[in-house]
Structures are given as structure tokens and as C-alpha cells.
Design a protein around this ligand. Structure first.
Ligand code: ZN
Ligand code: ZN
Length: 362
């Protein structure tokens, strides 16, 4: 992907904030700024330094070929370090007369302390500059997210023919992840959630040896990854005939999901979108059971800006890719969550998740 406009946008921000040199160390921010596909996919040791005059990509000899090839024709200069990337980089910058450095808030404290000592305390922390750029997706980024969402849709359809009582959550998770990989996913976007029965009442349950039983609701929350970009969706299905109480919970969450989606458009404050869904659940007398925000941005990371919740201060903007995921959780009994991924547009949204949403009884 052509990342030059991203670099220029970051430079404008640095000038506005009087930051002469920014060291970027968050992996997804490095990937975004460089646009390097195939280099920063696995465990790379890397850092980026951006100033008004140059953009440097520091890595070590193991990535020499891949980084040099990826940087060709881009503004990025590749600097290969031999022993310790940070020691050598600091030595180089100090020798060049750089006296002040900005670093990201996510930098580990030990590393921050080291760099701060090298620059005699002239190190300042900035937060979210690159993340704020990342929240408006370019068409090519949306294409990758849409491709990941389509794989997840197909995987859900496949699972409907696979789920049966007696299967454990772990077995179903394996089947889910295997299918996504076979359908073209580079890997999972995040730790898959397959939570049956009472486990579904924990929004971030870890799949285990619990067997699926008739009468359960199963919460399936999962995502694929394509070209570095994530998808994120949740569906809740019933094993056997759903009880009246299960149907009541499901209907409330589905209505809230539709109300949340109906509120999505450029310019709406995120708190208002959250409220649109939350009011529906409260209207069903279930407000206390909706224990998280309505949604979040998705991109190179599964949780990005903007955050859609009760404390959000942002508004939605065209080009955001966000989830709408109301849920209710009845401790000791069941959970229901329905999560869709959409692109925010000027007058509404475009669906990336297209899996059916009516209550499916397997
Ligand atoms: Zn999810
Ligand atoms: Zn989500």
C-alpha cells in the first residue's frame, strides 16, 4: 500500500505539536506508516523515526532483504542494526546532533527509561497520533477488512452444519479456526470466543472443555485476518429449541443491534449511537445486563479508535470501520451478543458482516 500520504499527515501533526522527531514503536503503527506488507507480519524487531526531513525504518539483519525490498520506491530509509537496535539507534541520533525525541505512550517503561537517560531527559510521550490517523480507512484497507469479514461469514455458515450436542467449545473453536485458515485467512484476528450455556454470560470467555448441550445458547465471537487487517463478528445460536426466556433476550439484543446500526452515520456522536442501542435494552428491562460499550473501530488491530460507549467523546466519521455489538449477560445462565462490522458513510453505513441475524435453532 502507498503509505506516503500517511507519513505526510503525521508530519503535519508533528509540526503542529512542535515535535521534531517521533519514534514509533507500536507494531501496527509501524506497519501502517511504512505500508510494508510481508515484513512486519511476525515478530519483527523494528522502530520508525519520523522527522520533517527523513523517515527511517530501523530493524536488524534478519529482515535485511525483506525490508530493503519493501522500502524500494518509498520515502523510507532502511537502517540495519547489528546488536541492540535501541543502543545503536540512540548512538547514531546523538552523534547526528538530535537532542529531543518524542516516543509513543505504549513504549515499555524499561525502554523509555533507557532512551530518556541517553537523551538526558529530553524525551516526551505522545499518545494516539498514529492511531488517530488510522481510524479513517482508505479504500484498500476497507477491501482487506471486507475480505476478512466475508471469510468469517462463510465460516459461520459452515459452523451451522457442524455444531452438535456433545462437542466441546475447544473442538468447535478448532473447527472454526481451521475453516477460516482454509478459506484464506492469514490467522485469527484475536482469540476466538466460543462460549456455551453459562460461559456465554462472560463476555470474554475462553473456550474450554465444556460440552455443548441441548438447550444452550452458544456465543461465537471471532474474526479473520487478511493482508494484516482484522474482521470481528458475533452470532449467538440456540442448540435445540430456544426457551421463551432465551427468545426474549435474543429479541431484545437484535432490536438493539438494529437500533444501533440505524444510528450509525458520519457526524453522530459515538455516545448517541451507544444510547440508541442501550435505550432499547433498557426498554426491555435488561439495561443492567448490557455491561460494555456498543462497539469499537477495527483495522490492523481488532480494537481501534473510535470507541463507541457511554464515555466516548468522539463522533463517527466517514471511513471509520466499526462494530455494533450489544449484548446481555445473565450470570450463571446465558449470554446473547450480536455483532456486525460496518463502514461509516456520510448518510449511513455499509455492512461488511452479512451473516443472518434471526435466531437460529440448531
Ligand atoms: Zn467480537
Ligand atoms: Zn468487537
Amino acid at each position: 500500500m502507498n503509505a506516503t500520504p500517511r507519513l505526510e499527515a503525521l508530519r503535519r501533526r508533528l509540526v503542529a505539536e512542535s515535535a521534531a522527531a517521533l519514534l514509533v514503536t507500536t507494531r501496527s503503527n509501524i506497519r501502517y506508516l511504512t505500508g510494508f506488507d510481508g515484513v512486519i507480519d511476525s515478530g519483527i524487531n523494528a522502530a520508525c523515526l519520523v522527522t520533517a526531513d527523513y523517515a527511517r525504518f530501523y530493524t536488524d539483519m534478519r529482515y535485511a532483504d525483506a525490508a530493503t525490498a519493501a522500502a524500494e520506491g518509498t520515502p523510507w530509509e532502511v537502517h540495519l542494526q547489528k546488536e541492540d537496535l535501541y543502543v545503536e539507534m540512540c548512538d547514531q541520533l546523538l552523534a547526528e546532533g538530535v537532542t529531543r525525541l518524542h516516543v509513543e505512550a505504549s513504549m515499555p517503561y524499561g525502554r523509555f527509561t533507557f532512551i530518556s537517560e541517553q537523551f538526558r531527559g529530553a524525551v516526551r510521550v505522545i499518545d494516539q497520533y498514529v492511531e488517530e490517523l488510522r481510524q479513517i480507512k482508505e479504500p484498500e484497507e476497507i477491501e482487506r477488512i471486507a475480505a476478512a469479514a466475508a471469510i468469517a461469514d462463510r465460516t459461520f455458515d459452515h459452523l451451522l452444519g457442524v455444531i452438535k450436542p456433545g462437542m466441546t467449545e475447544a473442538e468447535l473453536t478448532l473447527e472454526l479456526e481451521f475453516h477460516m485458515r482454509r478459506a484464506g485467512s492469514d490467522g485469527v484476528a484475536f482469540d476466538t470466543i466460543v462460549a456455551t450455556g453459562a460461559n456465554g454470560a462472560r463476555p470474554h470467555a475462553v473456550p474450554g472443555e465444556t460440552a455443548i448441550a441441548a438447550g444452550d445458547l452458544i456465543v461465537l465471537d471471532f474474526g479473520a485476518r487478511v493482508g494484516g487487517y482484522c474482521s470481528d463478528m458475533t452470532r449467538t445460536v440456540a442448540v435445540g429449541s430456544a426457551s421463551d426466556e432465551q427468545k426474549r433476550l435474543y429479541a431484545a439484543v437484535l432490536e438493539a443491534n438494529e437500533a444501533g446500526l440505524a444510528a450509525v452515520r458520519a457526524g453522530i456522536p459515538c455516545v448517541d449511537a451507544d444510547a440508541a442501542a442501550r435505550q432499547v435494552i433498557e426498554g426491555h428491562g435488561l439495561g443492567e445486563l448490557f455491561t460494555h460499550g456498543l462497539g469499537h473501530g477495527v483495522g490492523l488491530d481488532v480494537h481501534e479508535l473510535p470507541t463507541i460507549g457511554r464515555r466516548s467523546t468522539q463522533s463517527l466519521r466517514a471511513g471509520n470501520v466499526v462494530t455494533v455489538e450489544p449484548g446481555v449477560y445473565v450470570a450463571g445462565s446465558a449470554g446473547v451478543r450480536i455483532e456486525d462490522l460496518v463502514v461509516v458513510e456520510e448518510s449511513g453505513y455499509r455492512r461488511l458482516t452479512n451473516a443472518p441475524k434471526q435466531l437460529i435453532e440448531i
